[in-house]
Design a protein around this ligand. Structure first.
Ligand code: ADP
Ligand code: ADP
Length: 229
C-alpha cells in the first residue's frame, strides 16, 4: 500500500483569505490517520485537494512519493475510494448501486461485497435468498444501510487508499457505532484518512490530527489527546 503525504500544503479559495496554512502530515502505508476539528477548520477542503477538485497553491500532496498533480485523473480515481457523509443512491437495485462504475464486476463479487458490508436488515429476512434481494428494485434503505452500500462499493473497488469523509456524522448513535465497526474492518491494512467531527469516533487511529483554522494544533494517539484534555 502507498503512503499519503501532505507537505507544507497551502490553500485559499480567495487570495486574501488563507484556509490551509502549511499543513504537513503522513498517513503511513496501511495505517489509519484521523483528522478532527470544529466545522470551518478546513477538513472538507483538505479532502477536496486530495481529489484535485482544487489544486494546492504551495506545497504538495503525494501518494507513494508522487505528486498527485503528476498522476492521471484515472490513476487518482483508481487509487482512492471514498465513503462520503451522505450517500446518494440511484433509484435502482442494491447490486446496481454497488457495482456502478465497475463494469468488470461479476454478480458473485457484488453479492460478496454486499455480504461483507452486511447489508442485511431488509435482505436477510427474505426466503428467496440474499443474491436475489440484492438484485431487487425499490428496496427502501435506511441511512445506515446506504452507508453500508457505500462501504460495499469501496470493498468491490478495493483501492489502496480510503477516505472516510464524515462517513457516520449523519447517523444516529446506534447506527454510528455499527457503521464505525464496518469502516474499521474495511480500513484494515489500507492507507486510510478518516475525517471526523468528534474524537470519540476515531479511537483506533494510528495518529489523530486536531485541526483548527487551517492548522494542525495538536496531534497524538487518542489516549495522548485525552490525557492532554
Ligand atoms: P470543515 O470541513 O472543517 O468544516 P471547510 O473545509 O468546509 O471546513 O471550510 C474551511 C473554511 O473554508 C471555512 O471558513 C469555509 O467558510 C471556507 N470555504 C469552504 N468552502 C469554500 C468555498 N467553496 N469557497 C470559499 N470559501 C470556502
Ligand atoms: P469511482 O469514482 O471509481 O466510482 P469512488 O466512489 O471511490 O470511485 O470515488 C472516487 C472518486 O470520486 C474520487 O477520486 C473523487 O474524485 C470522486 N468523489 C466521489 N465522491 C466524492 C465526494 N463526496 N467528495 C469528493 N470526491 C468524491
Amino acid at each position: 500500500e502507498p503512503e499519503l503525504r501532505f507537505d507544507d500544503v497551502h490553500f485559499a479559495y480567495h487570495p486574501d483569505r488563507p484556509i490551509l496554512q502549511g499543513l504537513s502530515f503522513v498517513v503511513p502505508a496501511g495505517k489509519t490517520v484521523a483528522v478532527v476539528g470544529p466545522s470551518g477548520a478546513g477538513k472538507s477542503t483538505l479532502a477536496r485537494l486530495i481529489f484535485r477538485f482544487y489544486d494546492v497553491q504551495a506545497g504538495a500532496i503525494r501518494i507513494a512519493g508522487q505528486d498527485i498533480r503528476d498522476l492521471t485523473q484515472d490513476s487518482l480515481r483508481r487509487a482512492i475510494g471514498i465513503v462520503p457523509q451522505d450517500t446518494v443512491l440511484f433509484n435502482d437495485t442494491v447490486a446496481y448501486n454497488i457495482a456502478y462504475g465497475r463494469p468488470g464486476a461479476s454478480q458473485q463479487e457484488i453479492v460478496q461485497a454486499a455480504q461483507a458490508a452486511r447489508i442485511h436488515t431488509m435482505i436477510a429476512a427474505s426466503p428467496e435468498g440474499y443474491a436475489t434481494r440484492v438484485g431487487e428494485r425499490g428496496l427502501k434503505l435506511s441511512g445506515g444501510e446506504k452507508q453500508r452500500v457505500a462501504i460495499a462499493r469501496t470493498l468491490l473497488k478495493n483501492p489502496p487508499i480510503l477516505i472516510f469523509d464524515e462517513a457516520t456524522s449523519a447517523l444516529d448513535s446506534a447506527n454510528e457505532r455499527a457503521i464505525q465497526q464496518e469502516l474499521q474492518k474495511a480500513a484494515q491494512g489500507k492507507t486510510t484518512l478518516v475525517i471526523a467531527h468528534r474524537l470519540s469516533t476515531v479511537v483506533d487511529a494510528h495518529e489523530i490530527l486536531v485541526m483548527d483554522a487551517g492548522r494542525i494544533v495538536e496531534r497524538g494517539t487518542h489516549a495522548q489527546l485525552l490525557a492532554q484534555g
